[in-house]
Design a protein around this ligand. Sequence first.
Ligand SMILES: NC(=O)c1ccc[n+]([C@@H]2O[C@H](COP(=O)([O-])OP(=O)(O)OC[C@H]3O[C@@H](n4cnc5c(N)ncnc54)[C@H](OP(=O)(O)O)[C@@H]3O)[C@@H](O)[C@H]2O)c1
Length: 194
Amino acid sequence: MRKLTYFIACSIDGFIGDPGGDASSMYPFVNEEFIAFLTSQYPETVATEGRRQLGFHDAENQKFDTVIQGRASYQLALDMNITSPYAQLREFVASRTLKESPDPNVELISDDVVGRVRELKAEDSELGIWLCGGSQLAGELLDEIDELVIKTYPLVYGSGMPMFGSDFAATEFALESVRVFDNGVLVRTYSRKR
Ligand SMILES: NC(=O)c1ccc[n+]([C@@H]2O[C@H](COP(=O)([O-])OP(=O)(O)OC[C@H]3O[C@@H](n4cnc5c(N)ncnc54)[C@H](OP(=O)(O)O)[C@@H]3O)[C@@H](O)[C@H]2O)c1
């Protein structure tokens, strides 16, 4: 089985954005050192347009060949007239309101998102599946998550959009690695304890 990885940016206090989900206050921490990390290890998690602007549009996928996101997260791209934000990946969007996919590279999942993710995990591939977010979809898929890669920016939000929009349950993960950046950003990788 290949892995479902929730690769996500958050504040010190575990929020993925302000109460409306806006994470733009994290952007100033994405400096040269951090971009070098992303381009070498997770180039496929940078939006296609960002890859073009940063000059690595043809970088080979390193960890993932598939991305899944909730419609509210995908909506941010649609609002910029971008229908395939991660064209370097196979894209899945969970939605009950979108009736037709806006792009040939995007497959909609309208029901049984857990079942569809299990099917994707059972596919034969060297590369894994990136759960992009947001909070609601991550909460629904928590039981399926095999790995967390948490980019923590040195900010406290006080309140905001939680990493998981789900009910309380203590779920154990094992710390695999921590990378510390000069500007105080941390990237922690955890694997699921089953
Ligand atoms: N910090 C980060 O790294 C990061 C990463 C990603 C996103 N975000 C933020 O997260 C925010 C969005 O998160 P969110 O929690 O509001 O929404 P979300 O999880 O992105 O999307 C929720 C939507 O997904 C669809 N959905 C969820 N479960 C479903 C199911 N079982 N079956 C079918 N469709 C399902 C529904 O779409 P319909 O309404 O169409 O039915 C639902 O409204 C954005 O503001 C974004 O900025 C942050």
